[in-house]
Design a protein around this ligand. Sequence first.
Ligand code: FES
Length: 153
Amino acid sequence: MKFNRRTFIKRLFIAAASIETFFLIKGSISKTHLEKDKKELFNAGKADSFEKNKPYPFLTGQFFLRRFDDGGFIAMSIKCTHLGCIVQSNIKTGGFNCPCHASQFNRFGEVLSSPATRPLDYFPITIKNGDILVDTSKPTKRKSFSKSQLTYV
Ligand code: FES
């Protein structure tokens, strides 16, 4: 087999490109894996500072925090599940209204009137040293409200 200089350089470039491609793919897979496990904890403050049955908006965290009668906390997304507009709390009903296409949600985030078809997403909460920490990287979809979505001190 004849192996001239041109062929050698060509094969050297192909080998270098293959090695670089391998590390680029490997790096992006590792990065994706890390980002999947990444938590974005938003400190909403001390648990005992929140009154029961009152929605507390956290616009930077993009959630409403509510403490129910039994003391359980839930952090519901402020994004309407129809097309993502920002919902507003309804003082009369204790629920939420969407200004875009008039969807309404009850105080648990469940749909009262369409076009939204599913409840507001909610975020996992952990309570550490009395602080409410909301993981805003993990909005969770649900079909209805259940007590398992609440976090207690
Ligand atoms: S985005 Fe809320 S009802 Fe359409």
